[in-house]
Design a binder for this molecule. Sequence first.
Ligand code: NDP
Ligand code: 8G0
Length: 450
Amino acid sequence: MSDIKDKDLAAFMKGVIRRNPGEPEFHQAVQEVAMDIIPYIRDNERIKKMRILERMTEPDRIISFRVVWEDDEGNIRVNRGYRVQQNNAIGPYKGGIRFHPTVTQSILKFLAFEQVFKNSLTGLPLGGGKGGADFNPKGKSDREIMRFCQAFMTELSKYIGPDTDVPAGDIGVGGREVGYLFGQYKRLKDRFEGVLTGKGVEFGGSAIRPEATGYGVVYMMECMLETKGDTLKGKTCAVSGSGNVAQFCTEKLIELGAKVISMSDSGGTIYVKDGMSRENLEWVMDLKNNRSGRMSECVAGFGAKYYEGDRPWALPCELAFPCATQNEIETADAHALVKNECIAISEGANMPSSPEAIDIIRTSSMMHAPSKAANAGGVAVSGLEMSQNSLRMSWSRDEVDAHLKKIIANIHTKCVDKGMRDDGNVDYFKGANIAGFDKVANAMLAYGAL
Ligand code: NDP
Ligand code: 8G0
């Protein structure tokens, strides 16, 4: 964690660390918000007296449960499931479910905390939460995945509802898993209601939800470039990841005439010097979505170069789109981006930049949109899915895409309004933190102490 010079921030973080031992990702996410909010509320006696920031860093509740399922060999397997219900001041808890072996309470608390600010920025009535399990979907059969999802939902169904808490997918949880989860909820409750988002379009899903996060990350980049009179056309772009967010980020970049030179997975990075074609991307989508393949297979697939064990950030690029996971841009990666004169970063993954990397980027002239602003398009379209379910309506692709563009443009404007620095550059991290905080804090103040 980077050095803390502000005394109030140091004291606050000491308390957070004491109350949440062994949760480094949660400490990191809280510190990144608190470093902007503590100076902002320094003279606001009411917010301080009502302990708003302290209350926001304590989840409303955390549900942790055993998930028991049977594998294809008849072995009984045990995993741990969670739902972190962080804050419902401005709407029902909302946020994804992650199935990955690295899932811990710390990871889900950081994600739930970030979600509160992000959901506030969308302008929609959504509180924040996150859930998941330390289950590894890799190498599991379709029927094993189904049984795990059913066992997970059997317990989770007690705590969620369309006006209470509305989960969705995340890493390791895509359309197929949401289908199994929704099927089990419906079976148990005998109710067809908007209790999950990211559903198939046949059963209440919204157009554009699969695309929304990746498209939104690109729309945010367009907004940032526009402030400099620039566009995406012809720009060299490094994308990391090869899952849902990375795929649709790449698709939109190609559509808008940018040159995508990389994608990656936890095994390594592919490099395509002249930029990926639509056909290359379709090949990757089929590899990842239908064949459980590895990016290394792109060498034989379409002649990509492959760097085993590397991330994309040392490849010369003008724009960077981290779309894999937390802390995937660290000190050396940030130095490489600065050295190669990267112009801007739009964060698709949640908290992809380490605190040290953020400090390095902040001292350069790079524009840097934080995940809570840049990837908010996903949850925003989830919010629109909830609206459509309540209305028993479904909107067209064009209608939803138009809403998405507008929501991202509004978030960009909020970041500029609250994050403008004296030198005329925008601190997008500060802007997003303050704008996200304001709405939730005002709602909490209105409710009084409880
Ligand atoms: P997917 O499961 O579809 O894809 C995840 C991708 O990230 C894969 O390429 C995976 O590689 C890679 N990855 C995951 N964990 C690691 C790791 N520890 N080290 C290196 N690579 C890793 O997930 P999504 O695309 O949905 O999510 C990606 C990020 O975007 C996450 O941070 C998520 O929270 C965030 N996000 C997602 C939203 C959505 O709508 N889906 C909305 C907002 C944010 P491999 O196949 O090797 O595991
Ligand atoms: O739709 C959602 O609620 C959702 C799903 C996955 C990730 C996120 C996020 O904002 O991180 C939101």
